[in-house]
Write a protein that binds this ligand. Structure first.
Ligand code: ATR
Length: 280
């Protein structure tokens, strides 16, 4: 039997606390099976006091990398050896890749996942075509704003219940971001090509996002980062008036692709069958 490390099963996982809610094991296991890869993807519930040492143990345990989820995306940024510019701008790391020398590289694939989902669902989407409205100013909203900036959106209107957080986001990312008071969010849909719900409103057990669409162009796309339920009240209301809608599951699936490719070395795609598997 050879001792060659490259012939060992490839192991990756997801670190969070708690971790039971994560869909990542289902997504990665689906691709491992589809590709016939000798590998594992393991949910890793790690308590806050152990996070740093758990991360540093990954090379010794033979992991090729991990995804990082709530509540560790910001801690991961501070605890890896290298961080991409994109992850720095987003202010969070959701993917850690173990390098051959044992160093840890931090990436954020959320912005990529967001824009890939929009482009796959609406192939005619062009950032430069017009403004966008982003509702929310948390970690998810940050990734969306970076994605829209990089896609060339000329004006990104940010609105959030807590104004200080919107202010911070707008000042951190600068340039094309502007702030709209929470009370004026319905007026702010005027002239946008895209509306994004990046709050947790509309999620199972949460109230719906209240926003009027009277001023919204019939050509605008409405997307929700919430994927449970898949058809949120917001998406339903947008669809009823004829707007195109994009659900949040696609972002979750597309953000996982570059991570899988880094962990296991094979390219994969997002298909209807994967969607069905993850929803089941
Ligand atoms: P995530 O990483 O998913 O972005 P987060 O950082 O906790 O999670 O951000 C949650 C977002 O949902 C925030 O924009 C939050 O608004 P506040 O900054 O005012 O808290 C928004 N949100 C959550 N519950 C809300 C509610 N009941 N009404 C309005 N906004 C809400």
């Amino acid at each position: 039997m050879t001792e060659n490390a490259f012939e060992k099963p490839k192991v990756a996982g997801v670190i969070g606390y708690p971790i039971g809610h994560s869909k990542s094991p289902k997504i990665h296991s689906y691709w491992l099976k589809e590709k016939g890869i000798d590998g594992y993807y393991i949910p890793l519930p790690v308590e806050p006091k152990d996070f740093d040492s758990a991360l540093r143990s990954l090379p010794k345990l033979g992991f090729s990398g991990v995804n990082v989820t709530v509540p560790y995306k910001i801690s991961a940024l501070k605890n890896v050896d290298y961080v991409t510019q994109e992850a720095k701008r987003i202010g969070a790391v959701n993917t850690v890749v173990v390098q051959k020398d044992g160093a840890l590289s931090g990436y954020n694939t959320d912005a990529y996942g967001f824009i890939e989902n929009i482009r796959n669902s609406c192939p005619d989407f062009e950032g430069a075509k017009g403004p966008a409205l982003v509702i929310g100013a948390g970690g998810a909203a940050r990734a969306v704003c970076v994605a829209l900036q990089d896609a060339g959106v000329p004006e990104i209107r940010v609105t959030n219940r807590t104004p200080e957080k919107a202010k911070e986001l707008v000042s951190d990312l600068r340039g094309t971001l502007t702030r709209t008071p929470w009370e004026e969010r319905s007026e702010a849909v005027d002239g946008v090509q895209l509306v994004v719900n990046a709050t947790s409103l509309g999620m199972q057990g949460q109230p719906s996002l209240e926003i009027e669409f009277n001023a919204l162009s019939p050509k605008a796309i409405v997307t929700d980062l919430v994927y449970a339920p898949l058809k949120t009240d917001l998406l339903r209301r947008a669809a009823v008036r004829g707007n195109r809608t994009v659900d949040g599951l696609g972002m979750l699936l597309h953000q996982a692709r570059p991570a899988f490719e880094a962990f296991y070395g094979e390219k994969v795609s997002v298909t209807g069958e994967l969607r069905t598997t993850v929803l089941g």
